[in-house]
Every structure is written in C-alpha cells, then in structure tokens.
Design a protein around this ligand. Structure first.
Ligand code: HEM
Length: 424
C-alpha cells in the first residue's frame, strides 16, 4: 500500500466517531477498571470524556510540575545508589517513579513507591498489571469465569481487593475533606489554612458526582484507569529514551547545553512550566524516542459495520481493527532510515511537513490520549533531571528484546550505565 493510503486509512479510522468503540481484547481490563475511560464506549464514554477533559486543562496540569520536581529528585537519589561502573536495569526504579507521580496526580495522595517499594498497594498494582497482560497471551483465560476460578485468577481477586479497597478509602477521605470546602458551593482549591492546594483528578470527579450521577464504584474505576494508563506507558517512554541517550552522547551534550542556557548551572534543577517550555531540543528527543519505541505499539477498534476495502474484500461487522503506531513510525517512506535516532525530524519545520496521522504515539482524533500533555511534561521534567545529574553510557553488549505487554517493554530490561557528573 502507498504510504499516503496508510496514513489516510489511519485518519479515516481515528478521526471518525463511528470507530470510537474498543475491540474485544479490552474486556480483560474490565475486572480491574470496570468501564472507565479507556474501556467504556458509547454515551458513557462521551459524557465521561467531557467531564474529565477539564482535569487536563493546562492550568490544572501545570500544577503538577511541583510533583514532577519532587518525584524526579527522588528518582535521581534512587539512581545515584546504582551509578558507577556496572550497568543496571533502569525499568524498576522508573516504574516506581511513574507510580509516585500518577498516584499523587490521580488521587492526591503520596504513596512513596520509590522509598517503600514493598508496600502492599505498590505490589498489587504491579501484580494486577502483569496478570492482566498474561490473560491476553493465554486466550483460554479471557472468559472471566474460567480465569477467576484458576489459581492465577484467585490471586488476581486478592490483589484487586487491595486496589479497590485502597481507592475507595481514598475516595471517602477525600470526599469528607472536600465537602467541608464545597459547602460554600464553590470549587475552591485552598486548604483550611488558606494555602493553595493541588487539584487531583479525583477532585474533579467528586465535584461532578455531587448530583449523584456518578457512583463511587465508577469514580474508583476512573481513578484506577488513570493509574493504569499513566504509569507503565510513561515508564516505558522514560526507559527507552534513557537507552537511546546512552547510545547518543551528542544528543546528551545538546540537552545539557540547552539546560545550562535555561537553568543556573550552580544550582539544583528547579523546574517551572516556563523553563520546561524553553527545552525545545529535549522535546524533540522525547518525540523521536516515542516514534522509535511507542509505549502503546498497537491498539484496537471494533468495526461497527461491514466495510468494503480497496482490495475488494469486506471487513465484517464486529471484527477488531488493529492500528499500529509501531508499524507506521517505522515506515521508511514516511520516516527515512527509521531505525536511526534523529531528533531533528521533530523540528517545527519537519513536523509541519508531515501528515498529522503519520505520527500517532498518543493515538489521534476524539479517542486520543487524554494525558498526552501531562505525559510530555512529566517526561521532559524527569529527563532534564537525569541528564543534569548523570552521563548515560551504554551497557556493554546489551540489546533490548522488544516485547508487547500492553505497553512496549524489553524482556531483558533496559540496561544502562550512569556516571555522576559531579564526581567526573
Ligand atoms: C508516554 C505516555 C503515554 C502514551 C504513549 C499514551 C498513549 C495512549 C494511547 C495510544 C491511547 C489510545 C489507546 C486506545 O485507543 O486504546 C491512550 C489513551 C488514554 N490515555 Fe494515554 N498515554 C500515555 C500517558 C498517559 C497518562 C500519563 C495518562 C493519565 C494521566 C493517560 C491517560 C489515558 C486515558 C484515560 C486514555 C483513554 C482516553 C479515551 O479513550 O478517551 N495516558 N494513551
């Protein structure tokens, strides 16, 4: 197929509300996420998306820069423990970093996953993620009644109890706290001492639920959807970008130069939204990394009706349509020499020349990633901290073994070496 046809077929599928329903594989997420934003469809999805969109308004997302700052500083402390001559797998600490960030953003609570990685909640999130994935690759576990009666399904139920119980507890506590403020019928964001407080995604849900239109179970599902959609994806992006940087010292030098022109080199890196917006080269690096290693390499839609294809075949109603950011991002007709890391592909001029549906790490159209801006800011923040503090070097003989586990992962981890810039 000509590249333009491929891009146009993505545009046709992703821009059209008709194709907004998810494919049947998403059902494996229902025990955990119910019908939250990722899994729901029809009117429920439309009204929830409308209610949740303000949570991603730039004024709200911007308050999370402080969270990126403090969690990023902890990430640097954790990495420093392993910096030195030996290489190590950066995925586990990166995952704990993204869990800390998303918990604070979604629920307004600090779980300190990076410093207490053995907590039962952190353990349950990790186990439920990996057991959910295992169902996709063992299709006999797809029907809930078979899965739930298997040994792994019984363990899954226990873990879900921890997750759902914690979420409901946080919801109750938060509601009691906010109702005192809301008794004045205003969506205030100051605490009892008059200090400005951060608005968590949960706060917006609770505000919208005051008329009883959203049940506590539904609120829980939306919060857990954020936990699910916002942690593995960002950890995958963060670690693959670190891998690429370890192999491209020139890109690290350019990032460092850019950082030195924006921040005071004598001070620890104190992020602000304004400063992050000045890091243009770092943004190109992140975009190029999301092109080569898209954290969501494929996703599905349900075909709503018999559809005639250019080839003369008919795609029957109800079948799953797979869309592959991984495939289109590596098409040499769209991205020449697709395996090469060239951040300049994302300069404003080059980006303007490309069809918008040729680059879709966050999907596109009405069902695109609602957390896109949040994720880009989070990634830029933490990578700025990493490059400011460390020189990333390749691990000898390491090659990632790419595997798809709902997000793009490397079966043998992501190994790099870190040298503390202060010591060298
Ligand atoms: C680099 C990080 C991320 C990437 C690459 C990414 C990618 C995507 C993609 C491709 C989709 C569409 C999936 C589909 O159609 O099945 C999606 C949906 C979604 N993402 Fe993200 N995501 C990222 C981070 C986040 C974060 C941080 C959040 C939350 C704060 C988030 C929340 C969501 C939600 C709620 C949806 C469902 C939207 C809807 O159906 O209306 N994502 N994401």
């Amino acid at each position: 197929m000509h590249w333009m046809q491929k891009v146009l077929s993505h545009q046709m599928l992703l821009s059209n509300q008709k194709y907004a329903e998810k494919g049947f594989l998403y059902k494996v997420l229902n025990l955990w996420l119910g019908t939250g934003l990722v899994t729901s469809g029809g009117e429920k999805w439309r009204s929830r998306r409308k209610a949740l969109t303000p949570a991603f308004h730039f004024k709200i997302v911007d308050q999370f820069v402080q969270v990126f700052n403090s969690c990023g500083d902890e990430f640097v402390r954790q990495l420093r423990k392993q910096a030195g001559d030996a290489d190590f797998n950066v995925y586990p600490p990166a995952e704990l970093f993204t869990l800390d960030v998303i918990c604070e953003a979604a629920m307004g609570v600090k779980i300190n996953a990076q410093t207490q990685s053995n907590s039962s909640y952190v353990n349950a999130v990790r186990q439920v993620s990996s057991m959910t994935i295992s169902r996709v690759f063992q299709p006999w576990y797809i029907p809930d009644f078979i899965f739930l009666n298997s040994p792994i399904g019984r363990k899954y139920k226990k873990m879900l109890k921890i997750l759902h119980g914690t979420t409901q507890m946080v919801i109750q506590e938060r509601r009691e706290e906010l109702e005192k403020i809301w008794s004045q019928n205003t969506f205030m964001n100051v605490d009892e001492l008059g200090r400005r407080r951060r608005i968590a995604f949960l706060d917006l849900l609770l505000w919208n639920a005051r008329d009883g239109s959203i049940s506590d179970a539904d609120i829980g599902h939306e919060v857990e959807t954020f936990m699910f959609a916002g942690h593995d994806t960002t950890a995958s992006a963060l670690t693959f970008t670190m891998l690429l940087l370890s192999r491209h010292m020139d890109a690290q030098d350019k990032i460092l130069k850019e950082l030195e022109s924006v921040f005071d080199p004598q001070q620890p890196l104190e992020l602000s939204l304004q400063k992050l917006s000045e890091l243009k080269y770092l943004e190109m690096v992140v975009k190029e990394s999301l092109r080569i290693y898209p954290p969501v390499p494929v996703f599905n839609r349900r075909n709503p009706e018999d559809t005639a294809l250019v080839s003369g075949h008919v795609m029957p109603e109800g079948c799953s349509i797979t869309i592959s950011p991984f495939g289109i991002h590596r098409d040499p007709e769209i991205f020449p020499e697709p395996e090469r890391f060239i951040p300049e592909r994302f300069s404003p001029e080059e980006s303007a020349r490309r069809h918008p549906y040729a680059y879709i790490p966050f999907s596109a159209g009405p069902r695109n990633c609602i957390g896109q801006r949040f994720a880009m800011l989070e990634l830029k923040s933490v990578l700025a901290k990493v490059v400011w503090n460390f020189r990333l070097l390749p691990a000898p003989d390491f090659e990632p073994e790419l595997t798809w586990e709902l997000t793009l992962q490397s079966a043998n981890g992501i190994h790099v070496r870190l040298q503390d810039r202060k010591l060298n």
